[in-house]
Structures are given as C-alpha cells and as structure tokens.
Design a protein around this ligand. Structure first.
Ligand code: NAD
Ligand code: GLY
Length: 367
C-alpha cells in the first residue's frame, strides 16, 4: 500500500521567501486552473504555451477553466520535441506573445511536458523582463522534477540547457489524470528521474519504488500520487536550501553529466531525456563504485530497478571525440574538471572532481 499520510489532494509549499509557491497535486486538477490562478492574484491575458499533442488533449479543458474565471486566453503552440527547445522556437513565442497583447499585467501558463515547461518558463522569465507563470506539467518527468524549482531554458546546439534562467513559477498544478494519455515510453522515462531521488537522497523511497514497481508501472493512481508527492517534497527541500545551485542542488543532476552528453551527441533525437538519464545513472554508479563511494552490488541493484522499470541501460554507439566535447560542455565543468555527482551507497550523494577523460575510464566506457 502507499505510505501513510497522503491524501488525494496534496498541497506542498516551496518556501523561497518572496518567490514561494504551492505545488497542488490532484486528480482532475486542470478544471480548477482558472480558480487557482485567480486565488493567487494573476490578472490580464492568460498566454497558454503548449504543443499540438498536449493542446489536442487538454487545451479545451484548460481554456474553459481560465475563461470561466474571467481570463482572456491566448493559446500559443510550439512544435513538439526536444529538438525544438531552441532559440528559433523562443523567438516565435516572443512574436506570438506580442501579437496576443501579452503585457506586464498578464501571465504565462506552461501546459505540457518538460520541454514546454522549460521553454515557456524561459519565455516568461525574459518577456518584458519577466511576467508571472504557472506550471501545468502533463508528463511524469515534468510532474516529479522539471516543473518544480524554477530552472527554465533552452538548448544550444553544443549542449543541453546552456541558455536559461532561474525563474520560479507562481504555482505548479499537477493533474495526475493527464498521465493516462502519456505514451508508455514517456512514462517510463519519467521513472528514471523518480529513481534518481531514491539513489541520491532517500533510501526508503528507493525501497518503496522497488517494492511497488508493478503497481507503479500499472499506473495505479494512489501509487502515482505517492511517488509524485514524495519527489516534489524532496525536490522542494533541496531547492529551498540551494535555489540557484551554488552547491547542494547539483545532486539533482545525478546521472545527467553523461546522460546529457549522450542526448546532445544524438542531436536530441533517439534517446528521450529520462532514458539518457537512466544510462547516465548506471555510468555514474560505476564511477561511484570505482572511486569507492558504493559497492558493485549497489550498481547491480540500481541497474536491476531501472531494467524492471523498462528503462534502457545499454550504451548507444558514440564517437569518442564528440562524447568528450559534450561532457566538457556540461554546466558543472570548471577549468576542464567536472563536479561529478556520485551515489554514496544507495540513498546518499557524494561529489568528486574528474576530467572528461577520467570519467570515460572510471565509468568503464574505456578500459
Ligand atoms: P517532453 O516535454 O518532450 O514530453 C514528452 C512527450 O509527451 C512529448 O511528445 C509531449 O508532447 C508528450 N506529452 C506531454 N504530456 C502528455 C500527455 N499527458 N499525454 C500524451 N502525451 C503527452 O519530455 P519530458 O520528458 O516531459 O521533459 C524532458 C525535458 O525536461 C528535457 O528538455 C529536460 O532537459 C527537461 N528537464 C528540465 C528540468 C528542470 O528542472 N527544468 C528537470 C528535468 C528535465
Ligand atoms: N533537475 C535538476 C534541478 O532541477 O536542479
């Protein structure tokens, strides 16, 4: 059974002084969006930034909810896919915001997965030097990770998320029911980020996912609410301690240094983000074992859980020079050395400094 103390409507608070906000987790929450935007004092035009896939599924209910609370709604669609998380898409969104008369008294609603959330959040952060925005995440990955914590941005051809801003949403509204339409592959990719929290900060949560893997994969709503709630709680705790990633927040990038590198050299096509993170976590665990932070058994345990969750663990074909370049472009790289996030056993993090070349050897990519 799910852990105790979780109700069907959960409200968590991310406590960041004047940038604080609520995360509402609720089945059917989309219908209450307009009401909740009014309750936090949002005014003007609601610019709903989404993509055609999500718009077809949830655009109408969102528009209706906002309109019934008295908002004029402008729906702006960006193309679907990580390969469109770029400056061309952002410029088109600026044109659309201008055309829709979105001024400083208006706000943005990011309706979709992590790609829409990151791009729409950055559009909100930069449009007219910043207008309020609300995250309405519709993928598991976005519900457990990307919609919380205020990281917004776009990719650069040389590296993921290299352009962006820390800009907190005014509200995160999570409708668990939207996961019903999500492709299995995307759902499993989200589980990669779920498992990440267990590995680096919470062994009990790792054990919970191990014990309830079947119910989670069957998308039983109580279990979904439980994992989303716990991930948001853990993320909020880390972000409250280190909003702008001066140190601690980097632990949430576990598995991302090598994962991002594989994602970037594939031109953001091929592996989806959560899959790349899963492969990156296996490699990070191998690095952790090689430097003595965990045992080989911990690597096997993590790999087994990722496999049970249907995540890939095999290394894609790659060109060594390209991979080294991509690792070096990591945001955690300083003067040729990467602040690499390891796991200390299962449930705790450790950090160590390595060059990209050392990472290839320690992770077993090279003998
Ligand atoms: P995504 O946004 O590409 O969504 C995956 C696919 O699912 C898309 O085709 C989308 O249209 C579709 N989709 C979305 N909701 C749906 C629904 N309810 N039903 C059916 N289809 C739906 O991918 P993602 O995994 O959500 O996000 C990945 C992105 O998130 C990456 O760009 C990554 O860098 C970013 N990210 C950001 C943070 C952060 O802190 N800002 C954290 C983790 C990941
Ligand atoms: N997903 C990593 C972070 O939000 O910091």
């Amino acid at each position: 059974m799910p852990l105790e103390g979780v109700f069907r409507v959960t409200v968590l608070n991310v406590n960041l002084a004047e940038n604080s906000y609520d995360i509402v987790i609720e089945r059917g929450a989309l219908a209450s969006l307009g009401e909740r935007c009014r309750a936090i004092g949002l005014k003007g035009v609601a610019a709903v930034i989404t993509n055609p896939t999500v718009a077809a599924l949830y655009g109408t209910v969102v528009k209706k909810s906002l309109e019934s609370s008295g908002y004029a709604v402008a729906q702006i669609e960006m193309p679907d896919g990580e390969e469109f998380k770029n400056s061309a898409t952002l410029n088109q969104i600026y044109d659309d915001l201008l055309a829709a008369g979105v001024d400083r008294s208006s706000f943005v609603v990011a309706l979709g997965g992590g790609v829409v959330g990151d791009v729409a959040g950055y559009a909100a952060a930069s449009w007219l030097r910043g207008i309020p925005f609300v995250q309405v995440p519709t993928t598991l990955l976005a519900q457990v990770d990307s919609s919380v914590g205020g990281k917004t941005g776009i990719d650069h051809p040389r590296g993921k998320n290299l352009i962006g801003a820390f800009y907190q949403p005014r509200l995160v509204l999570i409708d668990v029911d939207t996961l019903a339409t999500l492709a299995q592959r995307q759902f499993r990719a989200g589980l990669g980020e779920v498992i990440k929290y267990g590995v680096v900060v919470d062994v009990h949560f790792f054990e919970y996912v191990e014990a309830n893997c079947a119910a989670i994969l069957a998308m039983e709503s109580d279990y979904l609410i439980e994992i989303i709630h716990r991930c948001c709680q853990l993320k909020a705790q880390v972000v409250e301690l280190d909003e702008k990633e001066a140190g601690l927040r980097a632990i949430l990038n576990y598995g991302h240094t090598l994962g991002h590198a594989f994602e970037s050299i594939s031109g953001y096509q091929g592996l989806v983000h959560g899959e790349a993170v899963a492969i990156g976590m296996v490699l990070a665990a191998k690095v952790s074992a090689a430097v003595g932070h965990c045992t080989p058994d911990d690597v096997v345990r993590l790999t087994a859980l990722l496999t049970r969750c249907g995540l890939p663990i095999d290394i894609p074909q790659y060109d060594r020079r390209q991979l080294l370049h991509a690792i070096a472009a990591d945001k955690k790289s300083k003067s040729g050395s990467i602040n690499f996030i390891c796991n200390q056993g299962i449930g705790m993090y450790a950090m160590s400094q390595h060059t990209p070349e050392e990472l290839l050897i320690l992770s077993g990519l090279e003998a």
